[in-house]
Design a protein around this ligand. Structure first.
Ligand SMILES: [Zn+2]
Length: 327
């Protein structure tokens, strides 16, 4: 369970600007300041640039350290953290860099990796926790997470090196970070069931629609196309709709019932099924051998039955002969 302490920077001009965003991503920053922890940034930044109280126009949604997550802006508030257009789309948070090292000419110096490892492990985990929480909150995934330096490469943020000037010292990168978030997010939301595949039949024009049932048409899907998905919706008329993706666009397609001829369900031969098939083939040949040996036994028993029958018949005849003699 993630614990977030909310304490909005209401004196900061970014807060009073009160612009809202629909979060489409998360930008990870680090403070480039040694040893100032998350709660201490409140007094440093809860000031008005316009009123001449502070020399910079910055505000982020949160600061985190090894023990705390301090939320300083509502997450759907437009922050001032990227120095670029990412402010319109990305939630930004700062990871507080530990005490015990220095910046000389913008470069980290006297950084003792071994001594800093316990702090790094904790803050790295807290950053992942926060990202997992925000991804779930705004229906995002790991691919929507970048750091400030990656934002610069994408042309949506100013030229800063965080956090890739720091993570590699501990053998981490934004790729390892995203992989960790991905693992934690598990299956995509709504995808609780097994993937099913449907081939579009030619009986009528099948359309990808924005919603189901019968939402706005996005585009027709050609006959023979195979679509897939895990999420279904049954309409009141009995038509079953599949949430899918065609040509890179998400939407809904009527797939069932089969009697409508919209689609034909197709089955992918997965490796598991191949393995099962091989196992079953072995089992079948063993059963064939068993069947043949039972057949042989049966034939032998049949012959024995014939022999027993004839000796029985002989005995009966003898009894009759004896009966004729004496009765
Ligand atoms: Zn930054």
């Amino acid at each position: 369970m993630i614990e977030i302490t909310q304490k909005f920077m209401t004196r900061n001009d970014c807060y009073t600007a009160n612009k809202k965003i629909v979060p489409k991503g998360i930008m990870v920053h680090s403070t480039a300041t040694s040893g100032v922890m998350a709660p201490a940034w409140f007094d440093r930044w809860n000031k008005s640039y316009k009123a001449g109280e502070i020399g910079r126009q910055s505000c982020v949604h949160a600061f985190i350290d090894d023990v705390t997550i301090m939320q300083y802006l509502p997450f759907n508030h437009r922050g001032w953290h990227a120095g670029g257009t990412a402010n319109n789309t990305h939630i930004g948070f700062e990871m507080c860099e530990p005490k015990g090292f220095k910046y000389v000419n913008g470069k980290i110096t006297e950084y003792d990796v071994t001594a800093q490892q316990p702090y790094f492990d904790k803050i790295y985990k807290n950053a992942i926790d926060l990202c997992v929480y925000l991804c779930k909150l705004y229906n995002l995934n790991e691919t929507n997470i970048i750091c400030h330096s990656e934002g610069h490469k994408q042309g949506i943020a100013s030229n800063h090196g965080d956090v890739m000037h720091w993570f590699p010292k501990h053998g981490k990168s934004m790729d390892t970070f995203r992989a960790e978030v991905k693992k934690r997010l598990g299956k995509p939301s709504g995808g609780s069931d097994e993937m099913r595949y449907f081939e579009i039949m030619g009986n009528e024009v099948m359309n990808l629609r924005a919603t189901a049932p019968n939402g706005k048409i996005i585009k027709p899907i050609p006959t023979g196309t195979i679509i897939s998905g895990t999420e279904f919706l049954t309409a009141s008329n009995g038509t079953i709709w599949l949430k899918t993706e065609y040509d890179g666009i998400g939407g809904w397609v009527a797939v069932l019932p089969e009697s409508k001829g919209y689609t034909k369900e197709v089955f992918k031969v997965e490796d598991d099924y191949k393995k099962l098939y091989e196992q079953e083939k072995v089992r079948a040949s063993m059963l064939e051998l068993e069947k043949n040996s039972l057949k042989q036994q049966n034939e032998k028993l049949g012959k024995e039955i014939v022999l027993l029958q004839s000796s029985y018949d002989n005995v009966i005849m003898d009894i009759r002969k004896l009966a004729n003699k004496y009765l």
